[in-house]
Design a protein around this ligand. Structure first.
Ligand code: TYM
Length: 326
């Protein structure tokens, strides 16, 4: 069985971009793959966090994982900092990556731009991500498009170590959704939907109330030519709404666009409100109960134990490759 690994940062506001680009794949894959789904708290501290809030967000993401349908009997669900191999392998991989390739990463440039002093963790962020993936001999990494460059770097590092030392790592592949791989901000469809944007109507969070979902979609930025057609370059707003519709409903984008031919943007938006509310209703219903249950932490502890056992096997191989210890 092929092995799958992916992670989400516990930074609050998990939105439909995260869901349609990544989380939805997690649920599908667990049926016929060996899956590990991680809450990457060590990545979260590459920027300052409130420690109390971070701990809450870790449990929030864990509860969301289960609420969307990840089954802890089928998949391993755990928190990154609970398995020490991530940080350990992260260091080894730092010694096998170049500052040049790291400083060329789009996400690093975006996050460090304009700051006077830039945290080293922001630069080495993708190396820790590579460690997450390689630690489990991962075959497949389901993620959104924005992580493509990081997956490429992970592959480069794995190939480099295998070549310069000896065959040590499985070289993984990214897995991207057809619709949903890059959901754009509702208020500005030229930038991606993000957890940190100031305008709450730029995104729909998975736990948003129905009234908030409606407001955000109805006020989404479109254009003035009035034609419903999928054309991301010239019509980014309408195309984004069609992508979201398609990703939630499973219906082909072209089919949806054809159905709305001759109709107005208001009609598309109204239907999309219904589709979105319906898709998120069961997640919201499940979330509260799971978040409050005592079982949640037990599931994470069990997950860390199972993940730790796999990680330790890889670390033995890594220490042997590099001659660490005795
Ligand atoms: P994070 O927490 O920013 O996002 C979680 C997942 O959501 C995807 N995503 C999107 N997909 C479509 N449209 C969007 N607007 C959108 N925004 C975010 C992301 O691509 C991601 O799959 N670096 C990762 C976390 C990570 C990781 C890993 C992932 C750490 N180690 C190892 C895979 C494997 C991140 O910041 O995700």
């Amino acid at each position: 069985m092929k092995r799958v690994f992916s992670g989400v940062q516990p930074t609050g506001n998990i939105h439909i971009g995260n869901y349609l680009g990544a989380l939805k794949q997690f649920v599908e894959l667990q049926e016929d793959h060996e899956c590990l789904y991680c809450i990457v708290d060590e990545h979260a501290i590459t920027v300052p966090q409130d420690p109390k809030e971070l701990r809450q967000h870790i449990l929030d993401v864990a509860a969301l994982y289960l609420a969307i349908g990840i089954d802890p009997k089928k998949s391993i669900v755990f928190v990154q900092s609970q398995v020490s191999g991530h940080a350990e392998l992260g260091w080894v991989l730092c010694c096998n990556s170049y500052t040049g390739e790291l400083s060329r990463m789009t996400q690093f440039k975006a996050k460090s731009g304009g700051q006077e002093s830039v945290g080293t963790g922001l630069l080495t962020y993708p190396v820790l991500m590579a460690a997450d993936i390689l630690l489990y001999d991962t075959d497949i990494v389901p993620v959104g498009n924005d992580q493509k460059q990081h997956i490429e770097l992970c592959r480069d590092i794995a190939i480099r170590v295998n070549h310069n030392y000896k065959e040590t790592f499985v070289v993984p592949e990214g897995r991207f959704m057809k619709a949903g791989a890059r959901i754009m901000a509702l208020d500005d469809p030229t930038s991606k939907m993000s957890k940190s944007a100031i305008n709450v109507h730029s995104r729909i969070s998975l736990l948003d109330e129905d009234s908030k979902i409606k407001k955000s979609i109805m006020r989404a930025t479109t254009d003035s030519d009035g034609e419903i057609r999928f054309d991301p370059e010239n019509k980014p707003g309408v195309s984004n709404l069609l992508s979201i519709y398609s990703a939630f409903s499973g219906e082909d984008i072209e089919t949806i666009a054809a159905r709305f031919a001759g109709k107005g943007y208001g009609d598309l938006k109204k239907e999309l409100v219904g589709v979105t509310q319906e898709a998120l209703a069961p997640i919201k219903a499940n979330f509260k109960e799971i978040r409050e249950s005592d079982e949640l932490k037990a599931i994470l502890r069990d997950g860390a134990e199972r993940a730790g056992a796999i990680a330790e096997k890889t670390m033995k191989r890594v220490r042997d490759t590099f001659g660490l210890g005795f």
